[in-house]
Design a binder for this molecule. Structure first.
Ligand SMILES: Cc1cc2nc3c(=O)[nH]c(=O)nc-3n(C[C@H](O)[C@H](O)[C@H](O)COP(=O)(O)OP(=O)(O)OC[C@H]3O[C@@H](n4cnc5c(N)ncnc54)[C@H](O)[C@@H]3O)c2cc1C
Length: 396
């Protein structure tokens, strides 16, 4: 039986572990935290991410936990439409899912062939031609035919195998919260949509319906605010007060949502990205090799909401390639398939970052012009990228 060590119990690591186990691999999943627990926020899954989950046979419980996200359009803070809402067929809509529900669903998909070891912090990786690939935590070495580095943006494995890829700040910070239904403001309809201003962005989405008896008890209204600049060192109460000041006067329901948010709901994060991307995502070694997957390979700002979706694409692609090729060939084929694909999405995301980060009066005027012209085109092509991806089939 072929063996794999997967490093990292985020969405990418959980998905690839489940997919490999379903294909008959024996998998050891190493996670540094004491338990696998995502942050209490939500994630948008675009059709490409959903399709990847389906290809891995991991989308079983998705309908029960996901809420379709109707196209709410994009507005400026003065209410002017940059992109009008469109009627999108329901099968092409993204969905929004609470991250804890997504993790529970992925953990349920692990099955019995995955040994989950928490509290293991990987520090070293071995990639030498004649030996099986391995990782170590300083006390123990974990060898396998294949090592999957799904250890996120700070990946120690990538730092050793692809030191040319630097993790840098994208020059902005993000705040997110899920306001549970019992505290959420009463709004006329389900929340969906995006507002783009000078260096600031606000998006919101309903997670389930108020009073619905769906499978998730984690429903509410999710919002994310992005602002140019560094994360704030102040306590959450002060951060929330700042957000209320920055976004004062923005179109409804921004004020209502920020007013209903408790400081304890707030999750602040610096936005970082890999620049340049690694020169390779696959490193042959012994009978197999090491591959980089998810944020470990291509961490990017969340402006197009594609990070988790691409991690699922990586996992689905790897699973198919491993079924139809020899192991060393699959490692190289994975690299060939995934680098161009992820580079396209990274390029689109960087253009969006440049528009959002503009500072200074002149830059702001150019940015306002860009918001009116580039943004609709960019969002249109990003949506196309999201909907067009198909998992490789056995004959491709
Ligand atoms: C503000 C924000 C909003 C976002 N919104 C969206 C969205 O709407 N849609 C979307 O698709 N994406 C979104 N993303 C991106 C998404 O969160 C990431 O792309 C996704 O979490 C990457 O998954 P991953 O499994 O590759 O890495 P991670 O989620 O980072 O998981 C890595 C795991 O590895 C573990 N680990 C790390 N180092 C070690 C080690 N040395 N040894 C053992 N374990 C280790 C960590 O503890 C963690 O559990 C957003 C990101 C941000 C910051």
């Amino acid at each position: 039986m072929r063996t794999a060590v997967v490093v990292g119990g985020g969405p990418g690591g959980l998905a690839v572990s489940g997919a490999l186990a379903r294909s008959g691999w024996r998998v050891t999943l190493l996670e540094r935290a004491d338990r696998i627990r995502p942050e209490p926020t939500a994630v948008v899954l675009w059709p490409n991410g959903i399709r990847a989950l389906r290809a891995m046979d991991l989308a079983g419980g998705l309908d029960a936990i996901a809420t379709p996200l109707p196209d709410g359009g994009v507005r400026r803070p003065d209410g002017h439409w940059l992109v009008q809402p469109r009627q999108t067929p329901v099968e092409r809509l993204p969905v929004v899912v609470h991250r804890e529900d997504l993790h529970d669903a992925l953990i349920a998909g692990l099955g019995e062939r995955v040994e989950l070891r928490t509290g293991v912090t990987v520090r070293t990786v071995r990639v030498t031609p004649g030996e099986r690939p391995a990782v170590g935590d300083g006390r123990q070495t974990f060898e396998a035919d294949l090592v999957v580095a799904a250890d996120g943006a700070d990946s120690v494995i990538r730092r050793q195998l692809a030191p040319e890829a630097s993790l840098i700040s994208s020059g902005c910070a993000a705040w997110r919260a899920v306001i549970p239904w019992y505290r959420a403001p009463s709004l006329p309809e389900s929340v969906s949509g995006e507002i783009l201003g000078a260096g600031y962005r606000f998006v919101a989405a309903s997670l389930g319906d108020r009073g619905s008896s769906g499978a998730s008890s984690r429903g509410g209204i999710h919002w994310m605010a992005t602002a140019a600049g560094a994360p704030r060192p102040e306590p959450p109460e002060t951060q929330l007060a700042l957000l209320r000041r920055w976004y004062a006067g923005w179109p409804a329901p921004v004020d209502e949502l920020l007013a209903a948010t408790d400081p304890g709901d707030l999750v602040q994060q610096e936005i970082r990205e890999l620049r340049p991307l690694p020169r390779a995502y696959g490193f042959p070694a012994g009978p197999g090799g090491v591959v980089l997957l998810g944020d470990a390979a291509h961490a990017m700002p969340p402006h197009l909401g594609q990070g988790t979706c691409l991690a699922f694409e990586d996992a689905a692609t790897l699973a198919v390639l491993l079924r139809e090729s020899t192991l060393p060939d699959a490692v190289l084929a994975y690299d060939r398939a995934r680098r161009p694909r992820t580079a396209v999405v990274v390029r689109q995301t960087r253009r969006m970052s440049a528009v959002l980060r503009a500072r200074g009066r002149l830059a702001l005027r150019a940015r306002d012009a860009a918001l009116g012209t580039i943004t609709p085109r960019l969002l249109g092509s990003a949506a196309a990228v999201a909907t067009q991806w198909r998992p490789p089939t056995s004959s491709s």
